[in-house]
Ligand binder design. Structure first.
Ligand code: 4UU
Length: 532
């Protein structure tokens, strides 16, 4: 009898064979590898304005950005913040920074000054590339600001990067384990942390999706990929931007979601691939205006970042039978893609509604029973753990949080509860982490709780998710009020609303006498959720 622990572990793998991942390449080389084969092909087109950039132009522009960054004193390993809506500037700056050997931290441009300051401080960013309309929010920080549109006092203009000399593009010795991207995520607990993604992580994740004889996510240079999900979130950054460039597709960008505009753009550009989040699937499946458009070009609808119900998936299929719908399952720390529907494979497998996909290639998944720590086999729900070349290196300057998430054997613990059926399809059934997902966006309860207890009238607070038809989940607060105060629900909501980005706003506030906690002081979130 083999008594080694690994002999007791049930490891799940992709149904597709492993592939050869070109670890030796840098992320920019890898994503632009084939760009020279089609220099005149449009890489990115702005769906609203029609402004387009070809692969050849993008290659030159990113070399100029790398040269410009070097001239401005950005060193290898330097961190720059990108605070931009979707568009060619985002892509060129990201690639240019990667060529320079710098690290890009991405954030939501709608973040409040407090949210931005926190991230920029933790990330030690020294420069930010943004739109002039966000400059005021950044003034208090010690940062070199570059604007992509008009000139602004005491800021630089993007021309310092875009008009630099590509001949001066630095040749940097980049190791596969060097960082390239630093998105923020609260992970399984606490405040947002910098997720260290290396050239190797992102390159592996892209490769696991689109490379090989039988790609799992089959996209080609003939595809027009809708880029409406924000590139500052890892889903869009990886599965749309980087995967799209790798295969030579055309990215059709929109700065923000608007259903009617999106439908017009799909029709006009004959968009073939629509990566989305559940609220967009809901609109596509249910909103009557969808029927007014010719969407026959759509062949693939990918949903991810939050649970998508079986009913909704079926409703979408009934309305748009020409498009294959399926899910991807990602987590920033996992590089990000853990599982992808095999309905999207070059040789598609039959799949079931409600599944979030099958584990990607060159990776191992195990499902762990949280009580016994044992790994489970088919059809038994437990915590999803993943191991592979794509997962993060750790949280920046936070070994404690890293140790809590990455174990000594290299497994990343997701905090998601799922089972895998006998067809290797994964079904997420619960979440054992605090994070609240509003339309796929992360809302860390710890952040809202810290803000709440900073109010003199609030003694203690807990924030939990409440199910919501439109957003999936919304945050609601339980509050213990201090003696002598008479706060109303509206007072508390307004106090939070002015400090956070729109999707983190509280939807209701409940006053209670005491926040229920475990003997060790952890909030009993389930108990509060059950009260709702
Ligand atoms: C149920 O949401 C993401 C990344 C999503 C993504 C990326 C590339 C989806 C498809 C793709 O191709 O990252 P985070 O870090 O913002 O949030 C991670 C959490 C997960 O741990 C899980 O709880 O978001 C939830 N989640 C999902 N839940 C992500 N995808 C799914 C899903 N079903 N399909």
């Amino acid at each position: 009898l083999d008594e080694r622990p690994e002999a007791r572990e049930h490891i799940f793998r992709s149904k597709l064979p492993d592939i050869c991942i070109p670890y030796h390449m840098t992320l920019a080389e890898y994503c632009m590898e084939k760009a020279l084969q089609w220099p005149d092909k449009v890489a990115i087109v702005d769906g609203n304005t029609g402004k387009a950039l070809t692969y050849g132009e993008l290659a030159v522009l990113s070399q100029r950005v790398a040269a410009g960054l070097m001239k401005l004193g950005v060193e290898k390993g330097g961190v720059i913040a990108v605070l931009l809506p979707n568009g060619c500037e985002f892509v060129a700056v990201f690639l240019g920074a990667a060529i320079r050997g710098a690290i890009v931290t991405t954030a939501n441009p709608f973040y409040t000054p407090v949210e931005l300051e926190n991230q920029i401080r933790v990330a030690s960013a020294t420069m930010v590339v943004t739109h002039s309309s966000y400059v005021e929010k950044l003034r208090a920080l010690d940062l070199q600001i570059i604007t992509i549109d008009k000139h602004v006092d005491s800021c630089l203009h993007i021309s310092v990067l875009f008009e630099a000399d590509e001949e001066e593009c630095p040749i940097v010795d980049i190791d596969p384990d060097d960082l390239v991207c630093l998105p923020f995520s609260s992970g399984t607990t606490g405040l947002p942390k910098g997720v260290m993604l290396t050239h190797k992580s992102l390159l592996s994740s892209v490769s696991q999706q689109v490379d090989g004889q039988i790609p799992n996510l089959y996209m080609t240079d003939e595809d027009f990929v809708m880029c409406v999900l924000p590139m500052y979130h890892i889903y869009s950054l990886n599965s749309i931007m980087l995967c799209g460039l790798r295969v030579g597709a055309t990215l059709v960008t929109m700065p923000k979601f608007n259903l009617q505009l999106m439908l017009e753009i799909i029709q006009k550009y004959k968009v073939t691939v629509l990566p989305a989040v559940p609220p967009i699937v809901l609109a596509m499946a249910k909103n009557p205006i969808v029927l007014n458009y010719d969407l026959s070009s759509l062949r693939m609808m990918l949903s991810g970042a939050a649970p998508l119900g079986k009913e909704l998936e079926d409703a979408f299929r009934a309305r748009l039978p020409g498009a294959v719908i399926g899910q991807g399952y990602g987590m920033t720390e996992a590089g990000p893609v853990l599982a992808m529907s095999l309905a999207f494979a070059k040789m598609p497998f039959p799949v079931k509604s409600g599944s979030c996909g099958t584990v990607v290639r060159n990776s191992e998944v195990k499902i762990v029973d949280n009580d016994t720590g044992l790994s489970l086999t088919y059809n038994q729900p437990g915590e999803i753990c993943i191991r592979g070349p794509q997962i993060m290196k750790g949280y920046l300057n936070n070994p404690e949080a890293t140790a809590h998430t990455l174990d000594k054997d290299g497994w990343l613990h997701t905090g998601d509860i799922a089972f895998i059926d006998e067809d290797e399809e994964m079904f997420i059934v619960d979440r054992v982490k605090e994070i609240i997902k509003v339309k796929g966006f992360q809302v860390p309860p710890a952040e809202l709780e810290a803000l709440l207890i900073s109010h003199d009238g609030i003694l203690d607070a807990a924030v939990v998710p409440r199910k919501d038809e439109m957003s999936g989940e919304v945050p609601v607060a339980f509050i213990v009020q201090a003696a002598g105060f008479n706060l109303s629900e509206e007072d508390v909501k307004a106090f939070i609303a002015k400090q956070v980005v729109f999707y983190k706003k509280l939807h209701s506030v409940h006053f209670i006498d005491k926040i229920p906690v475990t003997p060790s002081g952890k909030i009993l979130r389930k108990e509060l959720r059950n009260k709702l």
